[in-house]
Design a protein around this ligand. Structure first.
Ligand code: ASP
Ligand code: MG
Length: 421
């Protein structure tokens, strides 16, 4: 289970999520695990999230005072959760005979831009980390936080500790250090589909960065999507695994020849979708901009878009798009107020109980016919497709939410995902 001791010390960045440090008992276990990894001959860097529930509690406190609390001080507040877990884990390691040092974002020089609540890391100074590692110390770094050029505390967006861990691993790798980045969470890896929807879901040994990005974007909440983008960009080896069970998890890797054999790696379902259709529009340059710009300004996340010309009886143009179910009332209202004056004959219809079901796999690039097969499977199951959208490695269909489970199950077996051992 634990690999052999390497000749040159390899650095393992171990990131522990909120549930993994959710109680004192769990923090103790993390401390022991880190020391055991160090005893194997590795150098260990810890990155931690706030104890589970803490960040939500802080969000709640702030929003009681102001429903739109976004500001420097909001980041200052949210970042405090990680300060607690860093300190506790460091205490835990030091109290059982290990050597650890807690480090907050500003102490390390995790420099970000000033986009509060979703800051991006620009630079990480690895000197302190490397000096501590050289002395046999385990640096325990606060995830999720950094500082901007004016020394204000910034945060990286919810789930951002994953990104902190990958960024630290990438910065060390840039210095020529051999790294591995382990993300410890409450599930033991990445699954072919959501085990709560399909009992036959299987854990994947490997998945590519690209597939992971598609799945993370589809609501598979194992990793913050930015962390995967960063890992892909710097080719940081990622290992998603459980902090409660020492078995191998899922490795996120680059696309290789072996992986190309697999056509579909995962089936994702996003149950909370809605569709808006606008009919009787007249075609003119800039129409799509007129429709989608006000939606974007109102932060409505529009996903699949389909435009069809001359389909109405009047020979008009129709546009459909999907958005999260929660945003549907706002989306229809915006379309109505913005477009009605320009297109008095326009008709708006919407449907809210929809699900987006997608199959994802880099193997699609080399295997034609995946879309046809998917449509065949759904048709055999009597499932109506309401919208289709495809990319190089993903095919998405919109179906009635109450058919999503069936769709996932049928696709999961049709693409042989049940058989992964
Ligand atoms: N504590 C932060 C959050 O809950 C960051 C993280 O957990 O990754 O979003
Ligand atoms: Mg997380």
């Amino acid at each position: 289970m634990v690999p052999k001791q390497p000749n040159v010390p390899k650095v393992i960045v171990q990131k522990f999520g909120g549930t993994s440090v959710g109680t004192i008992e769990r923090i103790r276990n993390v401390a022991k695990w880190m020391l055991a990894t160090q005893a194997q001959g590795y150098q260990v860097v810890g990155v931690v999230s706030a104890m589970s529930g803490d960040t939500n509690r802080l969000v709640d406190l702030a929003t009681q005072l102001n429903p739109q609390p976004w500001s420097k001080e909001y980041d200052m507040l949210l970042a405090s959760g990680e300060q607690v877990s860093v300190a506790l884990l460091t205490l835990a390691i030091n109290s059982i005979g290990g050597k650890a040092r807690g480090l907050l974002g500003h102490q390390l020089g995790i420099l970000t831009d000033s986009v509060y609540s979703s800051a991006r890391i620009k630079q990480i100074d690895t000197n302190i980390i490397q000096a501590e590692l050289g002395r046999g110390v385990i640096p325990i770094v606060a995830g999720f936080q950094g500082v901007d050029v004016e020394n204000n505390i910034t945060t990286l967006g919810r789930g951002g500790s994953d990104t902190s861990a990958v960024a630290i691993a990438a910065a060390l790798q840039e210095k020529g250090v051999v790294v591995d980045c382990e993300i410890y969470t409450d599930v033991d890896g990445v699954y072919t589909t959501d085990p709560r929807i399909c009992a036959k879901a299987r854990k994947l040994d490997t998945i590519t960065y690209e597939e992971m990005m598609e799945l993370a974007g589809l609501g598979a909440k194992v990793l913050q999507i930015r962390s995967v983008e960063l890992a892909a960009k710097y080719q940081v080896p990622l290992h998603v695994r459980s902090s409660f069970d020492p078995v191998e998890g899922t490795r996120v890797v680059s696309e290789g020849p072996v992986l190309e054999q697999v056509v579909v790696s995962g089936v994702a379902a996003d149950m909370n979708d809605a569709k808006v259709t606008i009919m009787n529009l007249s075609d003119r340059p800039g129409l799509a901009f007129e429709v989608f710009e006000p939606l974007a300004k109102a932060s409505v996340v529009v996903d699949v878009i389909v435009q069809a010309s001359a389909t109405d009886k009047d020979g008009g143009l129709s546009l459909s798009f999907t958005c999260p179910k929660l945003d549907l009332p706002r989306a229809t209202e915006i379309v109505e107020t913005q477009l009605r004056p320009k297109f008095p004959k326009m008709q708006i219809t919407s449907e809210s109980n929809l699900a987006k079901v997608s199959v994802v796999g880099v193997g699609m690039r080399h295997h034609p016919g995946v879309a046809a097969k998917m449509f065949g499977v759904l048709s055999e199951a009597g499932i109506t497709i309401k919208l289709i959208s495809t990319s190089e490695i993903k095919i998405t269909v919109l179906v009635d939410a109450d058919k999503a489970k069936l769709a996932v199950e049928r696709l999961h077996s049709a693409f042989d995902l049940d058989k992964i051992s």
